[in-house]
Design a protein around this ligand. Structure first.
Ligand SMILES: N[C@@H](CCC(=O)N[C@@H](CS)C(=O)NCC(=O)O)C(=O)O
Length: 209
């Protein structure tokens, strides 16, 4: 299996961490996002949305979207479980993964993409050109900061984001929190639950993936 990847981008990092937790070795194919390689004819054939990650299976099937890739990997490599064992655990993992994506990660994406000089005319990932809207960068920073506080409340009395088990929701949250830090959206000092969780998940070997 080959993972079309970009070292610095948050989305493929979620898959790298997920695979590392399971001990899966993926052949990594770097896609130069800064150089525009995602728009090449070759890459469009792999992923017409022109985004990474994409997982290419042995038979040539290409799977896009982080959640779909992780679901595939979980089915083929069930241990250690990262999507929940019981119906309730699976629902909680999916719910929190979606919340972290929509309210956290996409807020930081708005903050980054609507402000970065190199992304003028590319405010959304994908083949269509969208102009930056500076107000969305401001709103994205505010939403991300607010969501960090929500995560702190969720971690009150819980070891991990979706409950007692480390799951995909923690992976998405780690990528979000560290991307927010890169954008200088600080984790509040009084967010002690979030700080405790961050110290625990950031030292897992998979976080270097
Ligand atoms: N919904 C997609 C989002 C993927 C995405 O946005 N990837 C970004 C990197 S984090 C990308 O490839 N951007 C290409 C670009 O900026 O042109 C997924 O979950 O896989």
């Amino acid at each position: 299996m080959r993972l079309y990847d970009c070292e610095t981008a948050p989305s493929p990092r979620r898959v790298r961490i997920f695979a590392a937790e399971k001990g899966i070795e993926l052949e990594r194919v770097p896609v130069d996002l800064a150089g525009g390689e995602q728009f090449s004819d070759e890459y469009r054939a792999v992923n017409p949305d022109c985004v990474v990650p994409t997982l290419e299976l042995e038979d040539g099937t290409c799977i896009g979207e982080v959640v779909a890739i992780c679901q595939y990997l979980e089915e083929v490599y069930p241990e250690p479980n990262l999507l929940g064992r019981t119906p309730a655990e699976r629902a909680s993992t999916q719910m929190w993964n979606a919340k972290v994506e929509q309210q956290g990660l996409w807020a930081t994406a708005d903050a980054f993409r609507n402000a970065a000089k190199g992304l003028k005319g590319r405010a959304l990932p994908g083949p269509d050109a969208y102009e930056q809207i500076p107000e969305l960068a401001v709103r994205g920073r505010a939403r991300a900061a607010s969501f960090l506080e929500k995560l702190d409340r969720q971690l009150d009395g819980r070891e991990f984001i979706a409950g007692a088990l480390y799951s995909m929701a923690d992976i998405t949250a780690l990528v979000f929190v560290q991307f927010a830090q890169r954008l200088k959206i600080a984790t509040p000092e009084n967010a002690t639950n979030l700080q405790r969780w961050l110290e625990a998940v950031a030292v897992r070997p998979s976080s270097n993936a």
